[in-house]
Ligand binder design. Structure first.
Ligand code: HXC
Length: 520
């Protein structure tokens, strides 16, 4: 064997060894927990044969607690680039089989290198987390590593899409990296995120709580909103990440890919003409409306189980990616509250950052009132959504289906917040408030002074009819030009597609400033 042959054989041997991470025993332990390894996850995520690995031979530099004798090539993380459906992405996957995937200074350097490449080359960065947090033996070095990683997350925000998959533990300050990214996905029953675990919680607050109850996928996907997606399995989670990417551009200077489809542009759906119930207090399902108008009835929902009174997610019109924001009359009558405002504001800003037009479907009775909401700061949270719509410069199309009252009317992509094309269905009611509330305010004295209950009822009915005639329709708004057109519901798909095509080259901007002061 020549020296060069020996060198090449040694390289192959080192590479094979590096691929085993913490070794076969620990791989088996990972499998026994029902979890895949970092490399297996990347294999599922990336197109076959597309993975280019970097820093496979990196070692940590810690010498404390005998760590100088514990070295594994690659040091608890696999990083590199690859393609997903032919599109370039940068990836990192923490390897729990080496020191529990804990973050050393060198692991942080590997991640930062990948992120710098992703930013320079304008491609999404996907991180698969499975880690015991800061490498305890490294002390402040590990914390500094996190700091550098967070700073990269911040620099990349709004430049390239950043997606976090949580496939195991993610605890302590480590949670802030996923929290800084655009989308976080968790796997049910095998991943958790919390600042402090159940033992610390018990000692500080006395609360008895399991890991799953404290920071499992279901909790974060339903109660806190920290997770945008909760998947049943790792495979499902990987597929969700792939599909999510298909709606996003590579970076903030590009548009999302156009996906050919066979759904006719001018498809008319007669059933939409009957979807609004005659009784204004009766609910209907906004999902039905969405599926009847978008390409092939396909809606990719984000934050599905959090703040269900508002629906957000991606769909396509004539192959073009759009973000849909829709009030859901079936849940809390579609009212805007703290969580709905936070959820929609984040989504609107994400769409705007990545050049994705926003289609808003409005049926909103107003903001939720009461001490709980006021004490929780509904004013500031509602202002976030207002701000998000007002600053967004992507094409904004609004369709008002039924109620659109008060502040919520203005917030939901109104003409005054630079809504580009604002349509209303003939069933739309655009007013300061609903008829009953309005009559009770305006005619409180008359009703109070009436001699009998019958007389009170008569005044109420008469004034309500008057109010309904004036405001319980879209015509006053259309007379002022606040609504661009009143459209037949069955034509909604066609009208939205035409509006999107018209605005394909839309240019709008905000005044030059360092940055805004969004009410966080
Ligand atoms: C070094 C660690 C480690 C860590 C785990 N290991 N976490 N090594 N630093 N943070 C090692 C273990 O010693 C063990 O090594 C191997 O990884 C697997 O861990 P196990 O405990 O055997 O696995 P499991 O039973 O599945 O438990 C996983 C775990 C637990 C729940 C994550 O390991 C754990 O509680 N780890 C500590 C978590 C933590 O408190 N991290 C610090 C958070 S604060 P061997 O050699 O035995 O296989 C933080 C600050 C960030 O991260 C601040 C950012 C600004």
């Amino acid at each position: 064997m020549s020296i060069q042959d020996e060198n090449i054989a040694k390289l192959a041997e080192r590479r094979e060894k590096a691929k085993l991470g913490g070794g076969l025993k620990r791989i088996e332990a990972q499998h026994n927990k029902g979890k895949f390894t970092a490399r297996e996850r990347l294999n599922m995520l990336l197109d076959a044969g597309s993975f280019e690995e970097y820093d496979a031979f990196v070692h940590h530099r810690c010498t404390n607690f005998g760590m100088d004798k514990e070295h594994f090539d690659g040091d608890a993380i696999v990083t590199g680039s690859g393609t997903i459906n032919g599109r370039l992405v940068y990836v990192f996957a923490q390897d729990f089989t080496v020191s529990g995937g804990s973050l050393s200074k060198t692991m942080a350097e590997k991640i930062c290198k990948i992120m710098d490449m992703a930013i320079k080359n304008g491609a999404p960065c996907i991180g698969l987390n499975d880690s015991g947090g800061a490498r305890i033996q490294e002390g402040i070095d590990a914390l500094a590593g996190y700091g550098e990683l967070f700073q990269r997350n911040i620099m990349a925000s709004g430049v390239i899409p950043q997606i976090s998959g949580i496939f195991g533990p993610c605890a302590g300050g480590a949670v802030y990296s996923p929290a800084l990214t655009d989308f976080t996905l968790m796997v049910k029953n095998s991943s958790y995120m919390f600042l402090t675990g159940p033992v610390v919680v018990k000692s500080v607050t006395g609360e008895d709580v399991t890991q799953e109850e404290l920071g499992g996928a279901s909790v974060h996907a339903t109660k806190s909103g920290v997770a945008h997606f909760a998947s049943e399995s790792e495979e499902e989670g990987i597929n969700t990440i792939k599909e999510l990417l298909s709606f996003l551009p590579q970076n903030n200077m590009e548009d999302s890919p156009i996906i050919e489809n066979n759904d006719p542009v001018n498809r008319i759906d007669d059933s939409l003409n009957d979807i609004i119930p005659d009784n204004p207090n009766k609910a209907y399902d906004m999902y039905e409306v969405i599926s009847k108008i978008v390409d092939n009835a396909h809606f990719f929902e984000v934050h599905k189980n959090f703040a269900k009174n508002i629906i957000v997610g991606f769909a396509r019109f004539n192959g073009r990616s759009v973000g849909i924001v829709a009030n859901q009359p079936k849940i809390l009558a579609g009212v805007l509250d703290i969580n709905a405002s936070r959820k929609a504001a984040r989504f609107v800003r994400c769409c705007d950052a990545f050049n994705i037009p926003i289609v808003s479907l409005v049926d909103v009775p107003g903001f939720l009132c009461g001490t709980q909401q006021e004490y929780g700061g509904v004013i500031s949270h509602g202002a976030k959504l207002l701000f998000a719509y007002g600053e967004a410069t992507v094409p904004k199309i609004t369709v008002t289906l039924r109620k659109s009252y008060g502040g919520a009317h203005i917030v939901m992509s109104s003409k005054q917040l630079r809504g580009d094309i604002n349509y209303a269905w003939p069933s739309a009611n655009i007013a300061v408030m609903g008829a009953e509330g309005a009559v009770n305010v305006l005619y409180a004295k008359d009703i109070k002074q009436a001699d009998s209950p019958e007389e009170k009822q008569k005044i109420f009915e008469e004034k309500k009819r008057e109010y309904d005639e004036l405001f319980s329709n879209p015509y006053q708004a259309a007379q002022r030009g606040y609504i661009d057109d009143i459209i037949e519901p069955r034509n909604t798909r066609f009208r939205i597609i035409r509006a999107l095509e018209q605005m394909a080259n839309k240019k709008d901007s905000m005044p030059a400033k360092k940055h805004d002061n969004l009410p966080l």
